[in-house]
Design a protein around this ligand. Structure first.
Ligand SMILES: O=C[C@H](O)COP(=O)(O)O
Length: 249
């Protein structure tokens, strides 16, 4: 039985004070939950959130990282630095990184390997644009992004991964994929992994859905057999909404 994951990606939101207050309030209200809950603040708030989360069941994640341990890479953050801040997870290959910062499949693959080498759990994001969906290319795009991001990994490494299917047209738009559409793509990704890495790895890997997840649609999405959790953007910035999603598990 795969434990569901609810991860909040705050993107470029919240100062350290706001982050601290949010996580304190969330912890007070979150008495019992079945899901693994991950908070991914901006880099500047990682240390502050780590302090509040010390000893709690909530985990800390980052939104990106470089693949090198250190070096002359102005503005970048390394896996060692994320470990140092207490991160357990790292989101990699988010469509906003691909779209606005030119991140390539090859770079995502290097980042995935570096994260695993440093004991960080990658949340690998894949997803098609609206034009690609309308052109019938969803499986082609998602399949090739998945294959490229995971190239060179062993079945054991794949088994421990988290993948997030995030259709680009559903991110921040309020236009959620239907549970049938999201389930269909997640099932496709799992089938692809079964072919390449074997049934055991495919059965273990967690595949999340992301894109306008809210308390009102979370339960029906999370009830799908191949949706193992949610990667939540906008709704993770409000404690009541994020709690509502966590409690939908
Ligand atoms: O990483 C999170 C996703 O981009 C989803 O964002 P959203 O929930 O605001 O649509």
């Amino acid at each position: 039985m795969r434990q569901k994951i609810i991860a909040g990606n705050w993107k470029m939101h919240k100062t350290t004070d706001e982050a601290r207050q949010f996580v304190q309030a969330l912890q007070e209200k979150l008495t019992d939950c079945r899901a693994a809950v991950v908070i991914c603040p901006p880099f500047t708030a990682l240390a502050a959130v780590a302090e509040v989360l010390a000893g709690s069941k909530l985990a800390l994640g980052a939104q990106n990282m470089h693949w090198a341990d250190q070096g002359a890479y102005t503005g970048e953050i390394s896996p060692l630095m994320l470990q140092d801040c207490g991160c357990r997870y790292v989101i990699l290959g988010h469509s906003e990184r691909r779209q606005y910062f030119g991140e390539t499949d090859g770079q995502v693959n290097q980042k995935v390997k570096a994260a695993l080498a440093h004991g960080l759990l990658p949340v690998v994001c894949v997803g098609e644009t609206l034009a690609q969906r309308q052109g019938g290319l969803t499986e082609t795009v998602v399949g090739s992004q998945t294959a490229a991001a995971l190239a060179g990994l062993t079945p054991e490494q794949v088994a421990g991964l988290v993948i997030a299917y995030e259709p680009v047209w559903a991110i921040g738009t309020g236009q959620t994929a239907s549970e049938q559409d999201a389930q269909q793509v997640n099932q496709y990704i799992r089938a692809l992994l079964a072919e390449q890495y074997g049934q055991a790895a495919a059965a273990a890997v967690r595949i999340l859905y992301g894109g306008s997840v809210k308390p009102a649609n979370a339960a029906s999405l999370l009830a799908q057999p191949d949706i193992d959790g949610a990667l939540v953007g906008g709704a993770s910035l409000k404690a009541a909404d994020f709690l509502g999603i966590i409690q939908a598990v």
